[in-house]
Design a protein around this ligand. Structure first.
Ligand code: ADP
Ligand code: MG
Length: 280
């Protein structure tokens, strides 16, 4: 793999030893790593510059200052001719959905706790002036394997400073989580993350995606109209507060969508009206 062919001039490799692969996406790879001579393990995300033209070390440098218990902490950034290396806190609790699938007694209350952590992290990111733009289940990681582990948001190296520019490049990858204003190529802001949280909550509670279609253009149409249902039997046992929370997030007009600030006060999120009865 390309990491082994890296040149010696890269200061990352002079300071760190690379370990096993932790995961990979379309244009990046994440490895365990260790600072030479020190026992602590970290994770390093390696981005190929030619596929991330817009990502500059300076942009990521700004993110080094972010510090919240529900965001994966960045430690330092290195740059070689062809790559960017983002050293970050190593989290070991696995992805959110793996836990949901494996947990025997998965309940609305457990889902609400996860959503509360996501909103706390996203609220902080928004207050700092960033939009994540890439919220989806595989970017939500538990810090450790304990039952009460915090959930952390990862993969925000490419998140953008709140902008009013139209930028269609952000639509690539996950149309299933893309807000209507993104699909329309309109101006967007922090509300796109809240739409994605609506989708994630819907999936957590039912195991289904709200918008599905074999045909991508039909799927786009449904998303643009905000056309989804609480299908039976999956939603039969789920309380009104959880449904109401989703209804306030999957709102086509971004100005009428719940903000992170309002969402963290929502009664379902704070644990009132989220049943502890196992769901599925
Ligand atoms: P991509 O942009 O390629 O999706 P991510 O930053 O989401 O890259 O990382 C890809 C995968 O690597 C994640 O889904 C996760 O399984 C794993 N991973 C990412 N960051 C960490 C980390 N800090 N600690 C442990 N595993 C991680
Ligand atoms: Mg990812």
């Amino acid at each position: 793999f390309w990491i082994q062919q890296s040149t010696k001039e890269c200061s990352f490799e002079s300071q760190y030893e690379i370990g096993k692969e932790l995961g990979r996406g379309a244009t990046s790879c994440v490895f365990k790593c260790q600072r030479r001579g020190l026992p602590k393990t970290w994770a390093v995300k390696v981005l190929l510059k030619n596929t991330h033209r817009r990502v500059a070390k300076a942009d990521i440098g700004v993110l080094l200052g972010l510090d919240h218990k529900n965001l994966v902490r960045f430690k330092e950034v290195f740059e070689s001719k062809s790559r960017i290396f983002i050293v970050q806190e190593l989290v070991t609790g696995g992805e959110l959905f793996e836990r949901v699938v494996n947990i025997g007694e998965y309940s609305e209350a457990v889902a609400a706790k996860a959503v509360k952590d996501i909103i706390a992290g996203i609220g902080y990111l928004h207050r700092c002036g960033y939009v994540h733009r890439n919220l989806k289940p595989e970017n939500l990681l538990y810090e450790n394997l304990s039952e009460d582990s915090p959930l952390k948001i990862a993969d925000f190296a490419q998140s953008s400073v709140l902008s009013t520019e139209v930028d269609m490049s952000s639509v690539c990858g996950s149309p299933g989580y893309a807000a209507p204003e993104l699909l329309k190529g309109e101006r967007f802001g922090s509300a796109i993350d809240m739409w994605a949280i609506g989708i994630i909550t819907y999936i957590l509670l039912s195991g289904l995606e709200p918008f599905t279609c074999e045909n991508p253009s039909e799927l786009f149409k449904k998303i643009l109209k905000g056309q989804y249902e609480f299908t039976s039997p999956e939603w039969d046992e789920i309380g009104v507060n959880g449904k109401d929370f989703i209804r306030k997030l999957l709102v086509v007009d971004p100005n009428k969508r719940l903000s992170a600030e309002a969402a963290c006060r929502n009664c379902w999120v704070i644990g009132m009206g989220a049943s502890a009865t196992p769901l599925h």
